[in-house]
Design a binder for this molecule. Sequence first.
Ligand code: SF4
Ligand code: SF4
Length: 340
Amino acid sequence: MVAVPEPVRTTAKEIYAWYEQQKEEHREHLGASQIGHQCDRYLWYVFRWVNLPTFNGRLLRLFGTGKREEPRVYEELRGIGVELHTEDSGKQIECRDASGHFGGSIDGIGRGFPEAPKTWAILEVKTHGSKSYHEVASKGVETAKPQHYAQMQTYMGLMNVERALYFAVNKDTDEIYVEWVHYNEADAKALQTRATYIIARSTPPERLSADPANWVCKMCDFYKTCHHGGWPEANCRTCSHSTPIENGKWTCSLLVGTIDASWQRVGCKDHVFIPPLVPATPVDGGVNYVEYEAKDGTTFKNGPGHTLSASLSNSTKATKLKRKAIGDNNGVPFDDEIPF
Ligand code: SF4
Ligand code: SF4
């Protein structure tokens, strides 16, 4: 007899698959939520769109669960009399530094909180599993969740607000932990200095660890590219010709002009990888190309009119698909072939 598939499992799988089909894109700016990460190179890889992390459907659903908690918290805070401004009041509250490349979107800003009714405070809502929740409730956010602390210091610095309210929810029990975080000018300035350094660098900064067995590295979205010779994506941010400029914009030294985000996601046929991103040793170079020696001793050239190893073919294919998706990119035609 033919086995009848379990309908519940099929439904769950299809839902996970539906999440996986949703289009994910690189973030244009360096996020305040990331700036507290231990590794400078990680931040640079994020900002330079080296790889887009992929998550399974279950994890994507879990991220959505955290987001869905926010409106409930807003309702509760308004219910106890807090004057709260959030994205549901009309538009997202965005903040950027002077360069326009660093910042984020704030969950909310409000006053009338029972602990300090007259004080305006940034609101940061985070959901936690039980273990993480109890850690933050017992040690405080600065110690238990330094990335969340860095995020709030950045927001306070950019918004010129002296307090933040960290609102933690235990996903397993619905318990609430609230902590007031005070602005620390030295911390906020150090975070801004770090962001400025990452944005200004044209090559990857030092690794957190040269040891691939390091546990932070093993958990890192860029583990393969950073430690095991994985290939970066081909887009403008991994190209030697791109530079971040003022007002959150980017320029291309070949096109001699600014390149918008949709263009950056696709790149052009003149793309040349930033050499340290190529998993091989540079041995020579010429007009608009770099020659590399691979581990097996073979050489190849990267640049317009040259070929790369076959390992880039997937990236090339993805680039073509992306090109198709955005049409002719504001009237500028693309070549059908990308002659890497
Ligand atoms: S793998 Fe390690 S060194 Fe490389 S970016 Fe990630 S955390 Fe940094
Ligand atoms: S040369 Fe092409 S891929 Fe490189 S930055 Fe300019 S437009 Fe982007």
